[in-house]
Design a protein around this ligand. Structure first.
Ligand code: 6PG
Length: 255
């Protein structure tokens, strides 16, 4: 059962609202995030005829992805893009594409042309980022920034989201839609949408579970001054959209 909305619409700035919801456990969080996904999909499809989604990698959204297989939605009107990808082939156990394929795509009938994975086989990280930006641009011709309908975000213990890791702020602020940051800590390149893409999205939904993330959740949601608001997850605040933080009880234990 949901513990409820502990803090609704904390007004931070004009048009920048966040809605923090805390649920009993990861399973309840998966149920409720699938319900939010479904509601937003239906609205987008009835208003605009399609639902364009940015997916997250990592383990947290897997429960949501599995739940989504049970939704009755017009899958031919939903397009799947990735907010970030690792520099590995699509069949690698590290691949965010593979994670989503195994938890969702293998169980639902989705037209192949609706799946927009990052082509990590395309060459250098720069080249891959460029190709991916071109793929996204097909859906937002002539736009300054893409306007995705929905972004599912995870958060790392260090406050990273997508593949925007702390310490590379100017790169995250790139006018490019897709960047190829080198992540020192991982000694690897990643492919990621830039901050401007996330902040142009209509609905952003963070999913965070587990006690080990509770301190970072506190710092981000309760005491942004600690990092002067500079952690990538703190900087996600859609300009003209909605921001949800779905937490389980353990992740919210220090709020
Ligand atoms: C990735 C991500 C990343 C992830 C966080 C949280 O490709 O790794 O998209 O931003 O969401 O690292 O990961 P967990 O859910 O596994 O804790």
């Amino acid at each position: 059962m949901a513990l409820g909305v502990i803090s609704t619409r904390l007004k931070e700035e004009e048009n920048r609202e966040r809605d923090i919801r805390v649920f009993e456990n990861p399973e309840e969080l998966a149920i409720q995030s699938a319900a939010k996904f479904s509601e937003c999909a239906q609205t987008a499809i009835s208003e605009r005829g399609a639902f364009l989604v940015l997916l997250s990698g990592g383990s947290t959204p897997v429960g949501l992805y599995r739940r989504m297989t049970q939704l009755k939605l017009p899958w031919d009107k939903i397009h799947w893009f990735w907010g970030d990808e690792r520099m590995v082939p699509p069949d690698s156990s590290e691949s965010n594409y593979r994670g989503f394929k195994e938890s969702f795509l293998d169980h639902v009938s989705v037209p192949a042309e609706n799946i927009h994975r990052v082509r990590t086989e395309a060459g250098s990280p720069e080249k891959i980022a460029e190709f991916y930006q071109t793929e996204i641009q097909k859906y937002f011709p002539g736009a300054a920034w893409p306007r995705f309908d929905f972004a599912i975000q995870g958060m790392g213990n260090d406050g990273h989201t997508a593949s925007l890791f702390p310490g590379s702020q100017s790169e995250h602020d790139s006018p490019r839609w897709v960047i190829a940051p080198y992540v020192e800590r991982l000694e690897a390149f990643r492919i990621s949408v830039s901050l401007g893409v996330l902040n142009s999205t209509r609905v952003v939904m963070f999913l965070v579970t587990g006690e080990e993330k509770a301190e970072m959740v506190r710092q981000i949601l309760r005491d942004p001054r600690e990092h002067r608001g500079l952690l990538p997850s703190q900087r996600v605040a859609p300009q003209d959209g909605q921001l949800f933080w779905f937490l389980d009880r353990a992740a919210a234990s220090r709020l």
